[in-house]
Design a protein around this ligand. Structure first.
Ligand code: F6R
Length: 615
């Protein structure tokens, strides 16, 4: 939610700030802005509702001269996405500018007090109070020391924040800080940079520093970075992260959109993840901090996640229960955080989060750690909060996922969960090494199977036409593929804005069947598995009511071919548990074609943001 950038150095600030905002736009895209301080101490900026591209146009005519500046791309929480609510926000004098990612929970109390003290507000946001609090401190106790003024202001804040602050009176200085929202900084020969995550920094460095909550960093135009903690003590050894992909990984590289690119990258992502994971003692997973004996003692697993990652959790539950015979609960983090939870002395917690920054998931993980559980994170983003706070973290190595709708992280996270299940199965002596090897070899077939599906994308393109003019759709599947149905429906609704319901196929008759009428589109995931005949019967029930059925079926299934108006063919998989990983590509492609047929931007669906850092 919201992306922030900052730069101070020897170059003009605006070009990189705008480029950085474009890279961070997946974090929010309803308004954007930049402010720049000129060496002579002029603070000026431009901000507007709409996409960063719109800001870039506005910036061209604004002549933003200056080598120090900050920028923001917004996902609105407080205040509509308008020009006046776009960041940066300014103090009364217009000499201090602030960008903020997070939520200030006590902003109403602070705003009332500040107004009584004579401050004039120019927006409806919670963030603007920060600029006025810094102003008070700057003119008062901090006496012209920007880092102290920021520290002073933060002492009065409740909630979460990542901030970047510039002041016209100190044109060679940029101050950044965080509490609960991510922020990284980097020192280079050209100057010092700050950003919400490593992505925009990949074009300037391969080495970034991770700020901890309440760290306050002062960045200088010579590239210097000095950090103090909340007590004013110098932080000598901030956590360093090496970015191991180049900037082109976050570029389109000839694709029309990031979603298309990321769908295509799945075979390679899975190959990277699987490489070197099979050793002579089974699955190699040094990321797990539990010893083999502790792993063998695990008697309950909680999997906690949100959205698409939650769907991975549902598959993981099935696989862990089947292979390791350990009871698993899979919970939505936002629900889990406000419910009773029963843990044993040997409960293990697995959090699944692509971004590693989802606020609900992080809260759940902290809660589980507080109860003494070992927390294992399956995540994609290097140095993310989830990875840093968990006892152990397995990186899925899918590379940057820029499209808001998760694709390659979904399938890579599933494969990571399969590996974890095998590790648990071996520790619990539910499988022999040979069986583990056989399952691992099955997983190694996934990239090849995915490549076959990618070659069949024309099937998805054709099937997408069946959704022309429709307003609603139903997704059905059984067993692990009820989860495929949930994920397929989520993908379709989030990027095509078509209402989509997903149900375990057998549940349809208990209510959703009432939706069906002639021409109603149904997507049925019906591979050759142990529930195939049951799902086929459910398709018949749909057809009997005039529904248009798109089947997702195994090659050669004539029965399904005869019944359905379109079939998305999946090559035979060595294990029916693997089908959701392979079939996912068809469901992603289908959603993308439907959305594109409707003329929507598949990478930036309305109202959404990639990284959900608010509760
Ligand atoms: C859907 C999607 C979201 C995320 C969810 C959790 O395509 O991307 O549902 O899966 O917001 O995000 P992470 O995995 O970053 O915790």
């Amino acid at each position: 939610m919201c992306g922030i950038v900052g730069y101070v150095g020897s170059k003009q600030a605006a070009p990189w700030l705008l480029e950085g905002l474009q890279t961070l736009e997946y974090r929010g895209y309803d308004s954007a802005g930049v402010s720049v301080v000129s060496p002579s101490g002029n603070l000026h900026g431009v901000k507007c509702a709409g996409r960063v591209a719109h800001l870039v146009e506005r910036a061209k005519v604004a002549n933003l001269n200056g080598t120090c500046g900050i920028g923001h791309t917004r996902w609105a929480t407080h205040g509509a996405p308008t020009d006046r609510n776009a960041h940066p926000h300014y103090d009364c004098s217009g000499r201090i500018a602030v960008v903020h990612n997070g939520i200030i929970e006590n902003y109403q109390v602070l705003k009332r007090q500040l107004m009584l003290d004579g401050h004039a507000f120019a927006s409806d946001t919670d963030s603007e109070v920060i600029a006025h609090l810094i102003e008070e401190a700057w003119n008062g106790p901090a006496k012209g020391d920007l880092a102290s003024a920021v520290r002073n202001a933060c002492d009065r804040l409740e909630g979460s924040w990542a901030l970047a602050v510039v002041c016209a009176d100190v044109p060679g200085e940029l101050v950044v800080t965080r509490c609960g929202s991510p922020l990284v900084v980097a020192s280079t020969d050209d100057g010092a940079y700050a950003a919400s995550d490593v992505m925009p920094l990949a074009s300037v460095t391969s080495h970034v520093l991770q700020l901890e909550d309440f760290d306050i960093a002062t960045l200088g135009s010579d590239g210097s970075i000095s950090i103090i903690d909340r007590d004013g003590r110098t932080v000598d050894h901030p956590t360093a992260i090496d970015i191991d992909w180049d900037a082109s990984a976050a570029k389109l590289g000839g694709y029309s959109d990031f979603m298309a690119k990321e769908i295509s990258e799945q075979p390679e992502a899975i190959e990277r993840l699987l490489a070197g994971r099979l050793g002579e003692h089974g699955i190699e997973m040094d990321e797990l901090t539990l010893t083999r004996a502790e792993l063998a003692a695990v008697d309950r697993v909680f999997i906690i996640a949100c959205g698409t990652s939650y769907h991975v959790g549902l598959i993981a539950k099935t696989v862990i229960e089947k292979w390791a015979r350990i009871p698993v609960s899979c919970e939505y983090a936002s629900e889990f955080n406000y419910s009773d939870v029963l843990v044993t002395n040997h409960t293990m917690c697995v959090i699944i989060t692509q971004s590693g920054e989802t606020a609900d998931t992080l809260t759940a993980a902290r809660r589980m750690r507080g109860m003494g559980c070992n927390v294992f994170a399956i995540t994609n983003v290097l140095g993310s909060t989830a990875a840093r706070e968990a006892d152990g973290a397995l990186y899925i190595q899918a590379g940057p996922e820029v499209a808001v709708a998760s694709t390659k992280a979904y399938t890579a996270q599933m494969v990571a969960a399969f590996l974890l299940a095998l590790r648990l199965a071996l520790a619990h002596e539910r499988m022999s090494i040979e069986e583990v090897q056989r399952h691992y070899e099955d997983l190694c077939q996934v990239p090849g199977l995915m490549r076959q599906v990618l070659k069949r994308r024309w099937q998805d393109k054709q099937a997408a036409r069946l959704f022309n003019g429709k307003t609603s759709a139903l997704f059905l599947g059984r067993n692990v593929n009820s989860t495929s149905a949930y994920e397929g429906a989520l993908k379709l609704k989030e990027i095509s804005y078509l209402h989509a319901e997903a149900y375990p196929a057998g549940e349809m008759k208990h209510g959703p069947i009432a939706l069906l009428e002639p021409g109603f589109p149904v997507v049925a995931i019906v591979p050759a598995d142990h529930v195939h005949d049951k799902t086929v019967s459910n398709i018949q029930e749909c057809l009997a009511r005039g529904a248009v059925v798109v089947g997702v079926a195994t090659d050669g299934d004539e029965r399904v071919a005869k019944m359905c108006q379109a079939v998305l063919w999946v090559p035979p998989c060595p294990d029916e548990l693997i089908v959701p990983v392979v079939a996912a590509l068809h469901l992603q492609l289908l959603a993308r074609y439907v959305a594109r047929d409707r003329g929507y931007d598949v990478d930036k669906p309305r109202n959404l943001a990639k990284s959900v850092t608010v509760e």
